[in-house]
Ligand binder design. Structure first.
Ligand code: NAP
Length: 286
């Protein structure tokens, strides 16, 4: 039951009808018995500035931000958290008495999902397929978590070169970052020592479920861990092939729920039940 005291939160993007965030967040709100309401709001790119002013004027406690606003919104905020600044994208805004601070909870969402499955990152070699928006948060999360080596396998090296050079600025002693065309022979050599493989491309996402990045599985250690950030279908071809090769696997549901959970905590100061969010998500996807 909404009252005059109900606090408003929501998500902005364009288009937004297919967002699963309302399902995730309202399940967590209900479980925590908080007086909050979470809605999806379509905001056209040309209306973003007004939408942010509106958020202030309407006293929204916070918003999630999705495509195409994640980078553009940064100029309208009062402060940007360190992770979001480094990644160059904000997916969560917290409004404290009109002061808007932007965060990027995709870092926590993507990395904590690995930790929840007892996957060690420190000292490991991680190979990413694709290096777009979501990958930026994952690359930064992996470097922060102490991965020894991050190798990017992509279809278009010149396009990703600036990304690789940018993140190379953050390498600590003992860390390295390499970039390959995923069809290069040199890339196969790097696959041999991978401890974790992550698909960050949309290859394999419904409805084109037969697609997958070109992984030479025979080169991969069977003990490696395979992570696909896609969540529809629950088991992509990348994950099926990985499983057949003997790898433990994880899909993108927990990353999605995890980034939502981290945003929820920022707005409410309450730790949500992640399992409730994941379950609500699974049901909605069915
Ligand atoms: P993005 O910014 O468009 O990046 C996609 C990456 O995949 C780019 O490197 C792109 O290469 C590559 N790619 C796209 N189509 C390809 C193709 N046909 N063949 C080879 N490479 C291709 O997208 P994103 O926002 O990072 O999202 C990527 C995937 O992650 C989507 O499936 C999305 O649903 C999923 N995702 C999941 C979560 C989660 O919470 N689980 C969060 C965010 C995203 P080019 O630059 O050469 O096109």
């Amino acid at each position: 039951m909404f009252t005059g005291k109900t606090k408003n939160v929501g998500v902005i993007g364009y288009p937004i009808e297919h967002s699963l965030s309302p399902v995730l967040q309202n399940a967590a709100i209900e479980k925590a018995e908080l007086d909050y309401a979470y809605i999806a709001m379509p905001v056209k790119p040309e209306d973003l500035r007004d939408a942010v002013r509106g958020m202030r004027a309407l006293g929204f406690r916070g918003i999630n931000v999705t495509i195409p606003h994640k980078t553009e919104i940064m100029q309208y905020l009062d402060e940007i958290d360190e992770d979001a600044k480094i990644i160059g994208a904000v997916n969560t805004v917290v409004n404290t008495d009109g002061y808007l601070k932007g965060y990027n909870t995709d870092v926590i969402g993507s990395i904590d999902a690995l930790y929840h499955h007892d996957v060690e990152i420190k000292g490991m070699h991680v190979v990413l397929f694709g290096a777009g928006g979501a990958a930026r948060a994952i690359i930064w999360g992996l470097l922060k978590a102490g991965a020894a080596q991050v190798t990017l396998g992509v279809r278009n090296v010149p396009k990703v070169q600036p990304v690789a050079e940018y993140f190379s600025n953050f390498l600590k002693e003992g860390q390295s970052l390499k970039l390959f065309n995923w069809n290069d022979e040199g890339f196969e050599e790097f696959l041999k020592t991978a401890d974790i493989l992550i698909n960050t491309t949309p290859l394999g996402m419904a409805p084109k479920v037969d697609a997958a990045p070109p992984v030479k599985w025979e080169a991969v250690k069977p003990g490696a861990f395979a992570y696909d950030i896609i969540y529809t279908p629950a088991k992509t071809r990348f994950l099926k092939d990985a499983e057949a090769h003997g790898c433990a696997i994880l899909n993108g549901e927990e990353m999605l729920a995890g980034q939502g959970a981290a945003a929820f905590k920022l707005w409410t100061d309450v730790e949500p039940e992640l399992s409730v969010m994941t379950e609500a998500l699974r049901k909605a996807l069915e």
